[in-house]
Design a protein around this ligand. Structure first.
Ligand SMILES: *Cc1c(COP(=O)(O)O)cnc(C)c1O
Length: 405
């Protein structure tokens, strides 16, 4: 397979983009869906922001270096990648905090309705944020298996909150169909794009989506804990009230008024002072992903994951695929079920093949197409085969649980 991989790499129009990232020697990184690799341009940009903009220009940089507009500027660069207009996206806070703002805003737009509908097994923070609002008496959580979601859209549902590409299985929702079904029931829709933004084309506006949130540190390579982005459809922008009415979301923050007046448009989603260092790092990652283009990235990720499956099959590896077999029905990942998934994952990491484990028995491989080669697929499959066939995972050191998996 390695020869075939080399042929595929030689014909890969995105191959040269690998040099734009720092991929450590001896590592096959299949976890770019959890923490994206470092773009090579980021450290220099960070040094510039720190030494010149902060160190020398100090507070003047809010204007002279455009710090004050950075949340909108980076949001505007993400917008075309998710089918939004530039003024519909802003970068702020974490995904969790943006979920809180937008779930609250949606509930206020549907007085008399309290139910926030989602699926069991959605990413935990999405569910927990609903529960937090439930404790305050503002929301009612309803979790229904995905096949039954449409039927569960009754007159009590204010908001349908779903993750476009499931974090464990990569399974995609039909965004257009579910958005339409929710609207027909009088509900709003909030899409979590954490596992799709920057990896596959998303078209929020053609689906008529109301709200979306997404992650900066996965496929956008913004660095650990990078700020998140939030989308509000233009038609809702002047109607939404978000409860974290901090001064940076005020119409005139520097008027220092005693009364909160929300800024026009998506700017009202800001709460406190944005983290400029983190935003500057994210901007580099977003610009690079935009330069490559999500259509090309998606095509390559499908080719990589299919090739990986072929390599596993060729090596006779018996792993139970839990992601959809059809690449069009999944995000940029493949997940497999194995009772010893944790130990297998640790044994692979010891060999430099970094994937991840998800409770209770999922071995997850992410294919961040901007910096992975077909050769990596062939090599990774060989390591998986070696680890499983030789029973290497049985070693005690691979069975001890670490704090962060
Ligand atoms: C990674 C991820 C998040 C992350 O939320 P943070 O608050 O930024 O930590 C949220 N939702 C989904 C679906 C994710 O995959």
């Amino acid at each position: 397979m390695i020869e075939r991989a080399r042929v595929l790499d030689a014909g890969d129009p995105l191959a040269h983009f690998r040099e734009r990232f720092h991929v450590p020697d001896g590592v096959i990184y299949l976890d770019g869906n959890s923490l994206g690799c470092l773009p090579r341009a980021t450290p220099d940009r960070m040094a510039e922001v720190m030494r010149k903009e902060w160190g020398e220009a100090l507070i003047r940089s809010w204007n002279s270096a455009g710090w004050i507009d950075l949340p909108q500027r980076v949001g505007g660069k993400i917008a075309p990648l998710i089918g939004a207009q530039p003024h519909e996206v802003i970068v702020a806070d974490s995904v969790s905090v943006n979920l809180f703002k937008l779930i609250s805003a949606a509930l206020m737009m549907r007085p008399g309705r309290k139910v926030v509908l989602s699926e069991p097994g959605n990413f935990p923070t999405d569910i927990y944020m609903i529960e937090g609002l439930e404790k305050q008496g503002l929301a009612e959580r309803r979790l229904v298996p995905r096949e039954q979601l449409v039927d569960a859209l009754d007159g009590d549902v204010a908001l349908l909150l779903l993750t476009h590409a499931h974090y464990k299985t990569g399974q995609l929702f039909d965004m257009a169909r579910l958005t339409q079904a929710a609207h027909e029931a009088g509900a709003l829709v909030l899409w979590d794009l954490s596992h799709s933004g920057g990896a596959l084309p998303v078209d929020l506006n053609s689906c008529d989506a109301d709200f979306a949130v997404g992650c900066g540190y996965k496929y956008f390579n913004g660095g650990p804990g990078a700020p998140a982005y939030a989308f509000v459809a233009e038609r809702h922008q002047d109607d939404i009230h978000q409860p974290l009415s901090g001064w940076m979301g005020h119409a005139q923050p520097f008027a220092f008024s005693d009364h909160y007046e929300p800024a026009p448009g998506v700017d009202r989603l800001l709460c406190g002072t944005p983290g400029i260092l983190a935003l500057a790092a994210l901007e580099v990652g977003v610009a690079l992903i935009a330069e490559i283009g999500v259509e090309r990235l998606h095509a390559k990720s499908q080719a990589l994951s299919e090739f990986f499956r072929q390599c596993l099959a060729e090596a006779g590896v018996a792993l139970d695929l839990v992601s959809p077999a059809d690449p069009a029905a999944r995000g940029s990942q493949l997940s497999f079920r194995h009772p010893e998934a944790y130990a297998i994952c640790q044994a692979l990491i010891a060999r430099g093949v970094i994937g991840d484990f998800r409770e209770p028995d999922i071995l997850r491989f992410g294919f961040a197409p901007a910096y992975l080669r077909f050769e990596d697929m062939a090599e990774a499959a060989r390591h998986v085969s070696d680890v499983i066939d030789a029973g290497e995972w049985q070693r005690a050191e691979f069975r001890e649980r670490a704090a962060v998996t």
